[in-house]
Design a protein around this ligand. Structure first.
Ligand SMILES: NC(=O)c1ccc[n+]([C@@H]2O[C@H](COP(=O)([O-])OP(=O)(O)OC[C@H]3O[C@@H](n4cnc5c(N)ncnc54)[C@H](O)[C@@H]3O)[C@@H](O)[C@H]2O)c1
Length: 310
């Protein structure tokens, strides 16, 4: 495959890692961000990530160009991946500009976590809507294999297949999302679990630390080698149906964020950055969590991605 020109719009937490993946695979990468600090930090972050994996930063950084001006950044792009803050109006405005400035063949992709891609593209010309897909990467994008590739009713099949193939070719594990639903697949699953976890705390069943202990010492240990649908088949669908019949009436059906989150936020419990969230955190513990996660993911990614069949 010939080397692509890939423009990543937004060089923050996700953008720098996405850029790293394409640059490491030998593609020409442009990172665009209005903030000079973010652009400079992106190169430093990529260098740090690569060093942690024992890779040579110089061989990768030489494939990356920084360009603050969006029109110039996308002018030669085969693929544009947007990773700017999760604000619908901002994404809509940027895609209008990208569609006007990028080549007519360019595949346009959004890394939105939960916004339906159709909404992001709703004001675009038809030919640009036909080239728009969702590519939902997971943090940290240079280490987590999954990218959910989302079609809309307008996405051309050739565009979808191109995006999917490019992601596979750079070592990612793309998965097709056939309908453009909010949250796609992974975030719907993840937040269904978080809703129930927060409800258990709210109802006095256990504290936040116990939720983490339960998950990490039981089904969390199995999850990366035994998916939930494999697990349902393993225990058998009769047992699965019986358990659901007894349990589903008891589970949270909340349709709004928990009032517990409002109370915690009002009391300054914003999460690790604030030193307290659902649990309390010292700076050393926060650094430890990050370090443990990175080391774990590097170890896991040194073996091939999980297949979807036994
Ligand atoms: N953080 C995650 O875990 C995660 C995971 C998957 C998907 N996402 C999604 O990825 C996207 C980016 O998230 P993030 O965590 O990297 O955010 P971030 O705030 O770290 O980075 C966003 C970057 O966009 C830049 N930006 C703002 N306006 C811009 C503009 N007009 N043109 C170009 N760049 C601009 C900002 O300067 C910033 O550097 C969001 O849609 C988010 O929902 C995030």
């Amino acid at each position: 495959m010939k080397a692509l020109t890939v423009t990543v719009v937004g060089g923050g937490m996700m953008g720098h890692g996405i850029a790293q993946v394409f640059a490491r695979a030998g593609h020409a990468v442009v990172i665009s961000d209005p903030s000079r600090e973010v652009l400079d930090a992106a190169l430093a972050r990529i260098g740090h990530n690569l060093a942690a994996e024992g890779a040579d930063p110089e061989r990768v950084l030489c494939n990356i160009v920084l360009e603050a001006a969006l029109d110039a950044a996308v002018a030669n792009a085969d693929l544009v991946i947007e990773a700017v803050p999760e604000k619908l109006a901002l994404k809509q405005r940027l895609f209008a500009q990208i569609a006007a400035a990028a080549p007519a063949h360019a595949v346009l992709a959004s890394n939105t976590s939960v916004i339906p891609i159709t909404r992001i593209g709703e004001a675009l010309p038809l030919d640009a809507r036909a080239r728009l897909v969702g590519t939902h990467w997971w943090n940290p994008p240079h280490l987590v294999p999954l990218v959910e590739v989302v079609r809309t009713d307008h996405t051309l099949d050739t565009v979808f297949r191109q995006a999917f193939g490019w992601l596979e070719s750079v070592g990612k594990r793309p998965v097709e999302v056939k309908r453009d639903v909010a949250g796609f697949i992974g975030n719907r699953l993840q937040h269904a679990l978080w809703r129930e976890a927060i409800s258990l705390i709210e109802n006095g069943v256990c504290d936040a630390a116990s939720i983490d202990l339960v998950v990490k010492n039981s089904f969390g240990m199995r999850l990366s080698v035994l998916g939930p649908m494999e697990n349902a088949d393993l225990v058998g669908l009769e047992l699965t149906r019986d358990v659901h019949g007894l349990l589903f009436p008891e589970l949270s059906r909340a349709t709004a964020p928990s009032p517990l989150l409002d109370r915690l936020l009002d009391a300054g419990h914003g999460g690790m950055a604030a030193g307290r969230g659902l649990r309390d955190w010292t700076p050393e513990q926060v650094a430890g969590v990050r370090e443990r996660l990175t080391r774990h993911l590097i170890r896991l990614t040194q073996r091939p991605p999980m297949a979807d069949e036994p």
